[in-house]
Design a binder for this molecule. Sequence first.
Ligand SMILES: Nc1ncnc2c1ncn2[C@@H]1O[C@H](COP(=O)(O)OP(=O)(O)O)[C@@H](O)[C@H]1O
Ligand SMILES: [Mg+2]
Length: 224
Amino acid sequence: MISYWYFWRRFTQNPILAILNPKGGSGKTTLALHLAHALSLDSTVLLVDTDPQGSARDWASQAGGNAFPVVGIDRAAALKSTVNQLSNGYDWIVIDGAAKLEEMGAHAVSTAHLVIIPVQPSPLDLWACESLVSQVKQRQAIADGAPTTAFQITRAKKGTNLAREIREVVKEYGLPLFDGSIHDRTIFAKSLAEGKTALNLEPDGEACWEIHHLIKQIKGAFDA
Ligand SMILES: Nc1ncnc2c1ncn2[C@@H]1O[C@H](COP(=O)(O)OP(=O)(O)O)[C@@H](O)[C@H]1O
Ligand SMILES: [Mg+2]
């Protein structure tokens, strides 16, 4: 996995992650909020909500100032310059992607150092990522391989082989896949509804373990 990673040290900026998938309901916001929370345990984090629906902003108002800051950017053309400016003030920036907004997706791809594509283990969901994968590859072709991009299986159902089968299909896209699946767990949805995350509600639970397992791989990619 690590061998795929782009040599991050060329970036003088703090790391910018983007959680992208053009399909609504693929788990972007859930993953973005959990990753941002996990990173905020020992670093400063800003979450940038690019979805006009503003779910991450709604979550933040529910959290009532007890969490990392969340800002909204709805103008695709403003994303890169705004995020680049903001990145001086935070150790990490996490961009929560918008559904169906090709232009926003393209700007997020050109802004981020690491793109994470959360995908549910179903061929339909994987096929829906085709346009994003081409955007990423076009960008990588002109930007010296950046952004590093990998799939993360999410909402995997316990006791099915689908996640394993999907791993085979993902290979056809020629992009790496993070180790370990994030499973379909009530705690992910329940905690967000309360303006919290699974890290607050069950810090020693399996959901947290899955998030920390991904965080370890992300930090490994940035040597952080
Ligand atoms: N790992 C998970 N386990 C259980 N429910 C999940 C999980 N990930 C996402 N969900 C639920 O799926 C729905 C869509 O997730 P969301 O993060 O809003 O997707 P997106 O931001 O891609 O539209 C929400 O109802 C959310 O609570
Ligand atoms: Mg969302």
